[in-house]
Ligand binder design. Sequence first.
Ligand code: AMP
Length: 382
Amino acid sequence: MSGPSVFLPGSTIGVMGSGQLGRMFAIAARRMGYRVHTFSPERDTPTGQVADVEICASYEDEGAVRAFAKGVDVLTFEFENVPVQSVEWAAEQCVVRPSGRVLHVCQHRLREKEFLQASGLPLPAFAPVTSEAHLRAAVERLGIPSVLKTAAFGYDGKGQRKITAESDLAEVWSSFAGQAAVLEAWVPFEREVSVLVARGVDGSTATYPVCENSHANHVLDLTLVPARISEFAAREACALAVQAAVALDLTGLLAVEMFLLPGDRLLVNELAPRPHNSGHFSFDASVTSQFEQQLRAVCGLPLGSTELLRPTAMANLLGDVWGDGEPDWAAAAALPEVKIHLYGKAAPRPGRKMGHLVALGATLEKAQEQVQEARRRLRRQP
Ligand code: AMP
């Protein structure tokens, strides 16, 4: 629906999805005097706990989606895998930002890669795979090692298999159970980085300093900002992120994950048209957090400053931290430069994102040391 392009404080924002990204978005929005409604198939969710209204219904429930959209002024997302059909129902009732087209591109790995390629962005060599014969031909072309990823609905390394020998192919393909997939050339990267870029209704853009990310078991473990990369690479990374946002004609926030190769060469790995785990540092360490920036962008307000206040490090807290009992929060809080964020999730299952820690420091090394020390202190000694 085309409606007013600016939504001022007092307006109601709808959020599709109800996890921690929506929770931190809702905190930022409520701080600025907006009302927040959230929609997902679950109850007592991280977002619902801080929103004004929590609707629990299926994304396929047309009546519920339309009623939800009717009750808000502008609708946005905290995860990109909302069915496009539901976004279309919503868009007939209220303004939706980013658009369903952006979600359509970003919720399917093959579409996303074809879009990036057509937009002139650099990315690892890839090939679509829909059969074992395809896979054999693709491995012949892209070489070993390579990595097979499901085309749809993959995140945090889910639905991925590294191919290290030709003898693996039949078994790897059968583990995909006929799902469409993409084979990607293995990238011998030096670092993994990401850039958050916001794009306003008027086409203005703002990028955050580049994040340097390290993963454990395919899940983000630690983010350092600013990334320890050359000024040239940082400028290039920001330029690529802006290029992607413009090519998508995005209104909102986009996270662009990239691989940095020797010689300052960058390849785009993945897009996420929403706040991103690697941007959590910004809640404590930036003039404008990624969540407030998403709010400003989707509400048609001017974008805020992305200036970093101090070097910063963010460490994720997965359910594993609860392995020896309730973490020792007081011990971590005894480090005065460390901020504790918890998402209100009841069950700390291994691998589940339960919260994160952020440390600001006089130097990046100091921030990293503090955040890692805080995480160590949480584990009770047996
Ligand atoms: P993704 O879900 O595609 O972001 O992949 C999760 C993680 O797997 C990435 O952050 C990388 O650490 C690793 N990875 C994915 N694709 C590749 C690749 N083509 N080459 C090397 N490592 C990769």
